[in-house]
Design a protein around this ligand. Structure first.
Ligand code: FEO
Length: 167
């Protein structure tokens, strides 16, 4: 594997791990505020990101690359409101998509069609996760600061997420 691709895949291992810890911090924040539906959603997102990370670790090893298990930055763990929690979710997913696009670009540049093929799974996954984040944020924007709306949002979040093809 070309070094530039190996480096980008190692960076991606860190970004997926970082997202997993970020969503765990968000789940914990929601749990502490009594939003149990939102907490469950982010606990499950955190697990998913961990799987995304592990899938990369296994792939780089299969390809004979050198995996670097990274140190992580401290996640944000204080949020002003439910909308700011979901803004963080969306910005985190947009960041991950941008990084995946960089890998795709590098694969095409170095003509590594095997990694390119492997990364297609991530491209599809990002499309779904960004759509989920946008839908949930749109719903919160409609609710505004109506507290009873937050109650219903928290109750129904798993149904919304499932409708987006992501749970
Ligand atoms: Fe695996 Fe949502 O980034």
């Amino acid at each position: 594997m070309h070094t530039s691709i190996e480096n980008l895949l190692n960076d991606q291992i860190k970004y997926e791990a970082q997202a997993s810890m970020q969503y765990l911090a968000m789940a914990s924040w929601a749990d502490s505020k009594g939003f149990s539906g939102v907490a469950n959603f982010f606990y499950s997102q955190s697990e998913e990101e961990r799987l995304h990370m592990t899938k990369l670790v296994k792939f780089v090893n299969e390809r004979g690359g050198n995996v670097i298990i990274p140190a992580l930055d401290l996640p944000s763990d204080t949020f002003a409101s439910l909308p700011s929690l979901f803004e963080k979710f969306l910005s985190s997913e947009i960041f991950v998509t941008e990084q995946i696009n960089k890998i795709i670009f590098e694969c095409l540049d170095k003509k590594d069609y095997n990694v390119h093929n492997f990364m297609q799974w991530y491209v599809t996954e990002q499309l779904e996760e960004e759509a989920t984040a946008r839908t949930l944020l749109d719903k919160l924007n409609i609710i505004g600061d109506d507290k009873s709306g937050y109650y219903l949002f928290d109750r129904d979040i798993e149904t919304f997420a499932a409708a987006e093809g992501n749970a």
